[in-house]
Design a binder for this molecule. Structure first.
Ligand code: GUN
Length: 284
């Protein structure tokens, strides 16, 4: 029997808990968590993601702002906007939506965000802390996947975990979080030789390679836990993941659907990190 991991239901539950904690925080301390999302230009995919983040922040009872900036803004002007939010204590989380236009150096932008407000966990200090095994801010997508493992009682200790995809947003931090739970981790990517064979040894398979239905049944061991981070369109324009769900699901012990799997958890974890960043300011 395959268990379909219901990311939407888990996200809704956690989102409710964040809203309750936020009411208590406000009553007890007067602090309202604040999240600003900075968007440059009008990338259509970014628009959808940003709208979801804004809705979720408002539902959690946060102070929420989407700062829309023109496509042709200079790098210096963008850095000034970031510095404004770094200095303003009303904002506990600052997120710059990626991708940025080509004339802007994304590394310089991420470096400019105050690491204590970097709710994406993309600042080199936060990435470094994660690799050192001492994280504060963790990228939301892998953090959401770890919550799913917890909720579904999936034990990682000593398990063989294979991550497909090595992005800074998902693959690399995912590998580190699995390692921290004592999984034995193999981090693979599009140039990995014998990828199906390596994937087939996995007890836990996390796929974040950005190719529609890339992982088929010949990548998956019977009884594996399969987590699909992909968000693609298939040949008919229908939303699909990086995993060919129909051929893989019968083999898996647990699998995430697309949509309704990892996606909703990403936004919820961003809210959790913003809430925690706000609480942390009280302990300074
Ligand atoms: N673009 C796609 N995913 C993300 C994300 O998690 N954070 C940011 N800032 N931009 C993204």
């Amino acid at each position: 029997m395959t268990t379909i991991i219901d990311g939407k239901a888990l996200a809704t539950k956690l989102q409710g808990e964040i809203a309750e904690k936020t009411v208590r925080l406000k009553e007890e301390t007067g602090v309202v968590p604040g999240l600003v999302v900075i968007v440059v230009g009008d990338n259509p995919a970014s628009k959808i993601y940003v709208r979801n983040k804004e809705r979720s922040a408002i539902a959690a009872g946060f102070r929420s702002e989407v700062r829309q900036l023109p496509e042709n803004i200079s790098q210096d002007e963008l850095l000034e906007v970031i510095e404004h939010y770094n200095q303003d204590s009303l904002w506990h989380g600052i997120l710059v939506q990626l991708p940025l236009p080509k004339h802007i150096d994304a590394d310089a932008v991420l470096l400019a965000i105050d690491p204590t407000k970097d709710v994406d966990g993309f600042h080199p200090l936060n990435m470094g802390r994660l690799w050192a095994g001492n994280p504060i801010m963790v990228p939301s997508t892998p953090a959401g996947i770890m919550e799913m493992f917890k909720e579904y009682g999936i034990d990682l200790e000593g398990k063989r975990a294979v991550v497909i995809g090595r992005s800074n947003i998902v693959g690399k931090p995912m590998a580190q979080l699995l390692l921290a739970k004592n999984a034995t981790v193999t981090l693979t990517h599009s140039r990995t030789h014998h990828l199906p064979k390596i994937a087939k040894r996995a007890d836990i398979l996390v796929v974040a390679i950005g190719r529609a239905k890339f992982v088929t049944a010949d990548f998956v061991k019977e009884g594996a836990v399969v987590i699909d981070v992909g968000m693609n369109r298939d040949e008919n324009g229908k939303l699909c993941g990086d995993v060919d769900f129909d051929s893989v699901a019968p083999l898996a012990s647990h699998i995430t659907p697309v949509p309704g799997g990892v996606g909703p958890m990403t936004v919820t974890m961003l809210m959790e990190q913003t809430y925690e960043a706000a609480v942390r300011t009280l302990k300074k």
